[in-house]
Design a protein around this ligand. Structure first.
Ligand code: GLA
Length: 368
């Protein structure tokens, strides 16, 4: 055997190993040698957000996860009307302040959520002192006072607000949801909410936010509402597709059509509450609730990774029309889907597992 040939082979092999190592490190690290997070992979596309609770910001591990992977925050609950404005003359700012000041300190954006919704709204809002129902004038006055207070407090610190949430009815035969807002004010509460928010912070981007926006039937009702608002010159900048999806829904075609349809109105599109349930329609995870078994099989992991991969490939292709993606919470350690629509089941809808480690779906989303 020729010793020179053996050395040459070894040399090539070593060079190959070194090159692979360097390539991998360059791929996995951002500037300054720090390991890249989700937000770094998407730096030239759009901000990547997460909904959080103030409690999560106090936990060092979850705080580190946020800072590594996300550059935008949304309050999961504490900016909603009920929690932040529990009584007519009392606001509870503690939670919202904590999130905004954490974001400011760490240079993260904040999306505000939400100013006018039929859920998590305190009873007093719709009642006079004697318990009777308030007039339209009084309700709009209270809405104005609320929006001025909340948007005003964080003026310049919250770059976008979900002004009105879920105003379209679940019943395809109706247009707007028959909420107390609608019963008392008719459609005007929507227009007014946007005008008040714009007065309170003229620079904030103002969104209408809703779910099932990919279902063609609901999409068209949302489109109609947004078109009416645009035609009436209401200060509306964008539409939030909540993105509470599953391993089977939506189809790529449905999602693409929705983004294009809303963008055709000159609106920005953001995905505001993304999670991918492992329980597709018709399988609500009852077994997982009964047995307490984790149930996140290898097959489900693959299907979820595949779905996340497809969704993000569409998001990237729609860059420009779509300018933000926010996940509805941080990791599978906690998600609202553990209790909805089946109480006590376990779901696995996010990119990080219960130990806060990246899942298969994460790698699908960052390798492109
Ligand atoms: C809706 C709301 C969110 C949140 C989720 C479920 O999508 O917009 O604020 O409450 O439901 O947690």
């Amino acid at each position: 055997m020729d010793p020179f040939k053996i050395n040459f082979f070894k040399l090539r092999f070593t060079a190959f190993c070194l090159l692979s190592l360097v390539t991998f490190r360059v791929f996995a690290q951002g500037k300054g040698g720090r390991e890249k997070g989700l937000k770094d992979y998407y730096k030239s596309f759009f901000p990547i957000g997460a909904a959080v609770t103030p409690f999560q910001l106090e936990d060092p591990a979850q705080r580190a996860l946020i800072l590594k992977h996300f550059n935008s925050l949304t309050a999961e609950n504490v900016m909603k009307m009920g929690p932040v404005h529990p009584e007519e003359n009392r606001y509870d700012w503690a939670g919202a302040d904590a999130i905004v000041s954490f974001a400011q300190k760490n240079n993260l954006r904040v999306r505000g959520h939400t100013l006018c919704w039929h859920n998590q709204v305190p009873d007093w809002m719709f009642k006079n002192r004697d318990g009777s129902r308030v007039s339209k004038e009084m309700l709009l006055e209270r809405l104005k006072e609320h929006i001025y207070a909340v948007v005003g407090r964080y003026k310049g610190k919250i770059y976008a607000w979900d002004v009105v949430n879920e105003a379209i009815s679940d019943n395809p035969k109706e247009f707007l949801r028959n909420s107390l807002w609608y019963q008392i004010c008719g459609e005007d509460f929507i227009v007014k909410a946007f005008e008040f928010a714009h007065d309170a912070d003229p620079k904030a981007l103002l969104f209408y936010n809703d779910y099932n926006t990919e279902s063609p039937e609901k999409r068209e009702r949302v489109y109609l509402l947004l078109k009416k608002l645009k035609d009436a010159k209401v200060p509306l900048d964008g539409v939030g597709l909540q993105g509470h999806w599953s391993i089977k829904n939506p189809s790529q075609e449905m999602l693409i059509s929705s983004i294009d349809r809303f963008a055709s109105l000159g609106l920005i599109v953001q995905v505001t509450e993304l999670d991918v349930s492992v329980y597709p329609d018709g399988d609500l995870g009852k077994n997982s609730a009964k047995t307490g078994q984790p149930g996140f099989t290898r097959e489900l992991q693959e299907l979820q990774a595949d779905q996340y991969g497809k969704l993000f490939s569409i998001f990237r292709n729609k860059r420009g029309k779509l300018n933000g993606v926010t996940f509805w919470n941080l990791s599978d350690r906690y998600s609202w889907l553990d209790n909805f629509p089946v109480k006590g089941r376990k779901n696995y809808p996010l990119l990080f597992d219960r130990e806060l480690q990246p899942k298969k779906a994460y790698w699908k989303v960052v390798q492109f």
